[in-house]
Design a protein around this ligand. Sequence first.
Ligand code: EPU
Length: 343
Amino acid sequence: MIIRENVLLAPLTTFGIEARAAWHISLESPDDVRVWATETSCESHFADLPAMPLGDGSNVLFARDFDGIILGVDLRGREIVSENETSSILRICAGENWHNTVEFCINNGLFGIENLALIPGKVGAAPIQNIGAYGVEIEKFISSVEYFDTIDKRFITLRREDCLFGYRNSIFKNVLKSRHIITAVTLALSKIPRPAADYADLQRELESREISNPSPHDIFEAVIAVRKRKLPDPNVIGNAGSFFKNPIISTEKARKFIEKNPESPRYPQSDGSVKISAAWLIDHADWKGFRRGAAGVSPVQALVLVNYGGATGKEIVELARDIRLSVAEHFGIDIEPEVNILD
Ligand code: EPU
């Protein structure tokens, strides 16, 4: 456990916003996690401060300095805990890099998560927002999630069905918010390739490569190519991926919206509600490529807000608020942030 005081947050987040945290504590083992939660956190200079776990900071926006403790989740390791002829259960510690884990799986004949290549962040963050891309959500492959409950002061293993996964949602964002430190995730992966190539962008990429019967490796490569083309690279320009969630609206509201906007992309849900593309809404409210100071809307993906260098968290939050209001005025639809905003 390494404890540092007054730490710059820009290098710890993909938005690269200049803010500071009062403390940073790196947790490198389950024992570090337990000692932090049961002993260190009770020390007088920590006791009254908020604490939050942080992976690679790829889904967070600090709108001001954080007068609290950032818990850097650095637990490492991957192991196959059980297997049979057709599948393996892989346990991955929370501090492992997500994309490297996807690559590890592909290289070791463990299939299912290849569509989730190149998503920034660490493994521990994946279940929190049920990461999803190109037709696949991680919930389908999660077997269990291990976390330390900072109120009950014990390690708990939650089975997938108890994680209450939804679109960009899980129990870790609701009932367990602010009381969990995720330490490991176990995935049930197939040894038999079952490529999912239905997502339109992915299909187009595979067609352009003249691949009609893709292997998981083909999907992996194609997803990487699409992401590189369609999403700004956080290593080059600060961003946290999709800033907003795609809104889900009622059947009745969707009928009226589609009547007026027949060309808009839409994704009907099993309960009759309809998911609408937030990128399309923002684009058609004329925000794509907009820039105010160092804060802007990506010119390649309208759903991504970017820091051109030196933007403050407040500037990004104000831009997000203006976009949200404008989309509501244009279309009568509320778009909610997907990024965890600390203001
Ligand atoms: N579109 C526009 N304007 C744009 C961009 C897109 O009109 O500037 C339209 C496209 O024509 C397309 C539709 O919006 O029909 C959807 O676009 P896209 O396929 O890029 O997906 P998305 O719904 O905008 C979601 C995820 C992404 C994920 C992609 C691919 C959310 C909030 N975002 O974006 O996830 O990579 O699908 O599966 O669900 C993230 O969560 O950080 C993220 C990047």
